[in-house]
Design a protein around this ligand. Structure first.
Ligand SMILES: NC(=O)c1ccc[n+]([C@@H]2O[C@H](COP(=O)([O-])OP(=O)(O)OC[C@H]3O[C@@H](n4cnc5c(N)ncnc54)[C@H](O)[C@@H]3O)[C@@H](O)[C@H]2O)c1
Length: 319
């Protein structure tokens, strides 16, 4: 391929698996992983890695120049629950990093950008069920405000300067290979670890907190597919709604009970419950399905069996 790929924030929950997938597709040396910290052994050893701060414009430009990078995946961000504890720091990281990459693309130094948005762009005034692609967006979290603002800027840079930026509104992403980074949907990962270790879990969300969710493999598949699609198929340049399944903690717990009969769930909602209440329960992603052929593979049943198997294997290697 002409030009290499740079992942910024490669050591996170999504970045780790995305980097490994892109290395599998394009070759290890073609995909440069970077983060503010070191990550999993497999990621560090399978190809080039740079310590890189996503807010350091000069250093980003140097890495892009040195490795002849043409495509950037900007995965570094402060997530919803963590951002509520440090709003200004979250705003600076989430916005500055995006502006650096958009401007580098505007100058013609790189050709293509992937930047993830989130269901957090929606707020309490958004229709909750089957939330449409285009609808009321009044987010109440600093994370949601930063993602919505980012979407507006992506669309602006595309319209005004022809920047090829592509984006997905990820729902809660569930995986077992890398621990999550402080999101409101993290309960749906912790629950598997606790179910296997202790046959019990106390959820920080209420039993009826329904949220859109997706297994990691589907999130990676969507990311690769939207980036590989011909530019004319990407008609939405803010960010695409993306969905696979929606469930409540109660529904997830009863699915787990099918495998671990004595599993018990209890509920002790904390500040994350009000974040969850401000978000949609389910998402209409028909625009992504029509425009570039999005199709998910994992439903709740497949997610549960895959997670139980994966977490169980991880716990065995830790013991
Ligand atoms: N995980 C989800 O459920 C989810 C849902 C919706 C959207 N997203 C979005 O997807 C992206 C990736 O999310 P994730 O779950 O992998 O997050 P994460 O918190 O697991 O990973 C983020 C990574 O960014 C790195 N980072 C933080 N500050 C940095 C800096 N200044 N410079 C360079 N790297 C820095 C962290 O070290 C971490 O490795 C984010 O933009 C997030 O908002 C995630």
């Amino acid at each position: 391929m002409a030009g290499r790929i740079l992942i910024i924030g490669a050591c996170g929950q999504i970045g780790t698996e995305l980097t490994l997938k892109l290395r599998e597709i394009h070759g290890n040396d073609q995909v440069i992983a970077s983060d503010i910290r070191e990550g999993a052994e497999e990621l560090m050893e399978s190809g080039p890695f740079e310590i890189l701060n996503a807010t350091d414009d000069a250093h980003i430009r140097k890495v892009i120049h040195d490795y002849e990078v043409k495509e950037v995946y900007l995965m570094a961000a402060m997530l919803s629950a963590t951002a509520e504890k440090a709003p200004m720091k979250a705003w600076d990281l989430n916005m500055d990093s995006l502006f650096h990459i958009l401007n580098i693309a505007k100058e013609g130094i790189i050709d293509k950008i992937f930047w993830p948005s989130s269901i957090a762009v929606f707020g309490p005034t958004t229709p909750k069920d089957n939330t449409p692609q285009t609808t009321v967006m009044e987010p109440t979290t600093v994370y949601g405000i930063s993602k919505q603002t980012g979407e507006r800027w992506c669309e602006y840079f595309h319209r005004k300067f022809g920047v090829d930026v592509r984006s997905l509104r990820y729902p809660g992403i569930i995986s077992y290979k890398t621990l999550p980074g402080g999101g409101t949907t993290d309960y749906a990962i912790e629950i598997f670890h606790e179910a296997l270790k202790n046959s019990a879990y106390t959820s920080f969300l209420a039993e009826d907190a329904g949220l859109p969710m997706m297994y990691m493999d589907d999130a990676i598949k969507a990311t690769v597919e939207i980036m590989e699609a011909p530019a004319e198929k990407i008609k939405v340049r803010s960010s695409y709604n993306l969905a696979a399944m929606s469930f409540t903690p109660e529904v997830l717990a009863s699915e787990i009970k099918k495998h671990i009969k004595n599993f018990e769930i209890s509920y002790d909602p904390d500040f994350r419950q009000s974040i969850a209440e401000s978000w949609p329960s389910s998402i209409d992603d028909s625009t992504a399905r029509e425009d570039w052929g999005w199709k998910h593979e994992f439903d709740l049943e497949k997610l549960t069996t895959t997670m139980l198997k994966g977490v169980s294997a991880t716990l065995k290697t830790q013991n």
